[in-house]
Design a binder for this molecule. Structure first.
Ligand code: LLP
Length: 433
């Protein structure tokens, strides 16, 4: 009935998450509020981990893409679940360090890492730096040499695969700001260059074709292309690369009609493809890394809002205004992303209204969604927007100087704040006169 397994209904007809009454949580902590079910996050981690064990003999690592939802608690969960961590900035790395995340399981991504970021990665002993371009390769080589280190790296490659997803989150094609192109010979040139560098040890390749992808086929295709390149590298340079990082991008269910691939099936098919391709190419099967972000945390989250006004414009539409908006969820304004919403305190009633949920920011495009089915609604009701665990808190802003909501985590039916609500003092904290 619900888009996520951690959601339900209680005897009062209220929406529950992780068995807890969302209306009660809204009363306790105020709104807007992000609520995350830690048990659901841990279940997703375990499913991915087990699928690698089952289909690939455990010769791989599930690396949580922390950009989806990064805070100390999220890093700690990934650490305790034995996952690796994908970081893409010094801020994400710092958060990981603050909980003592094992550096060897960290992958540092990004298309324009700064000197400060590369140095921080070297100093913390980050397992793999995923090098994006030649300038970065040269810079990292110099920094590593001057620190008496050999940086362990992967190359980010554009495999030329077009994943069928929103243009802003599609990254595998040649026209992308990320990575080295195969078609132009740029990638092979970089491999040759790295082979002669004193401060660099090239361990493998990485690709990431996009996000919120529902088909397995583009992932299989990307794996084949990458393995073909590993074989070409061996043939032309004698270098045997051992790691293949296939990125993340597995879609989740935002709407009832969405039909995401089960992690298990993804791993089964991709493992088969990898083994077959390696046999055909006469190369050893690599150590595989996958980097799910959205699918680890997305289904585990809901956002709770209080309705301030309901504005019916006859013959036009009904606006339901909530006490948050694009400042805590910019995904509609950015990608026209669709969400399910419900009146949490009337969740057992049928959703007979069709509404536009609007935020409180000073901007007409500040919507959570349009044409959304909803129960009868009035000021004071609690609205729950579902599957907001990924790329909501992590993309939140202080637009209009609105303080960011708290994040409450639920585990075994118990709640705790893992990110406190911003205060007005937080808003002016960095201001100087
Ligand atoms: N690995 C790399 C190198 C990535 O760039 C990403 C996401 C991931 C892994 C994780 O992808 P996931 O499993 O979460 O799809 N803000 C957008 C999504 C941007 C994704 C960026 N990279 C959104 O809200 O839809």
């Amino acid at each position: 009935m619900f888009v996520s397994d951690c959601l339900g209904l209680n005897a009062l007809g209220h929406l529950t998450i992780g068995g807890r009454d969302t209306v009660e949580l809204a009363q306790t902590y105020g709104t807007p509020l992000y609520v995350m079910d830690e048990d659901e996050i841990r279940r997703a981690c375990a499913s991915y981990r087990e699928s690698i064990n089952k289909y690939y003999g455990g010769r791989g690592l599930v690396t949580y893409a922390s950009k989806a939802f990064c805070c100390k608690a999220a890093c700690k969960i990934a650490m305790e679940e034995g996952l690796g961590l994908d970081v893409v900035s010094i801020g994400e790395l710092y958060t990981a360090q603050s909980v003592g995340f094992p550096p060897e399981r960290i992958f540092f991504h990004g298309n324009n890492k700064t000197v400060q970021e590369l140095l921080a990665a070297l100093e913390y002993g980050v397992g793999q730096i995923v090098v994006d371009n030649l300038s970065e390769l040269e810079l990292l080589n110099q920094l590593a040499i001057s620190h008496n280190q050999k940086a362990s790296i992967l190359f980010r490659i554009k495999p030329g695969v077009d994943a069928h997803t929103h243009a802003f989150i599609r990254t595998g094609q040649i026209d992308s700001k990320f990575g080295f192109a195969l078609e132009t010979g740029e990638a092979l040139g970089a491999v040759r260059m790295a082979a002669g560098m004193e401060g660099i040890e090239l361990k493998g390749l990485h690709c990431h074709i996009g996000s919120q992808i529902f088909d397995i086929e583009p992932f299989e295709h990307a794996a084949e292309v990458m393995l073909g390149f590993i074989a070409e590298i061996r043939e032309k340079t004698g270098l045997a690369l051992k790691i293949l990082d296939l990125g993340g991008g597995f879609g989740i269910k935002y709407l009832p009609e969405h039909d995401p691939v089960q992690y298990d099936r993804y791993m089964m098919q991709v493992s088969e493809t990898v083994k077959k391709s390696c046999a055909a190419l006469g190369i050893n099967t690599p150590y595989i890394v996958i980097e799910p972000g959205r699918s680890i945390v997305g289904p585990a989250g809901v956002t709770l809002y209080t309705v301030g006004s309901v504005k019916e414009i006859p013959g036009v539409r009904t606006y339901v205004a909530v006490d948050g908006g694009m400042c805590d969820n910019p995904r509609y304004i950015l990608y026209q992303s669709e969400y399910e919403a419900m009146v949490a305190n009337k969740a057992s009633q049928p959703r007979l209204r069709t509404v536009t949920i609007a935020g409180k920011c000073c901007e007409s495009g500040d919507l959570i969604g349009e044409r959304m089915p909803l129960q009868e609604v009035q000021a004071g009701d609690i609205i729950a927007v579902l599957s907001t665990g990924a790329y909501n808190y992590s993309m939140a802003s202080n637009y209009n100087r609105i303080p960011k909501p708290a994040v409450v985590m639920l585990r075994d039916g118990k709640d705790r704040v893992v990110v406190r609500r911003e205060t007005l003092d937080d808003i002016i904290r960095n201001d100087l006169l």
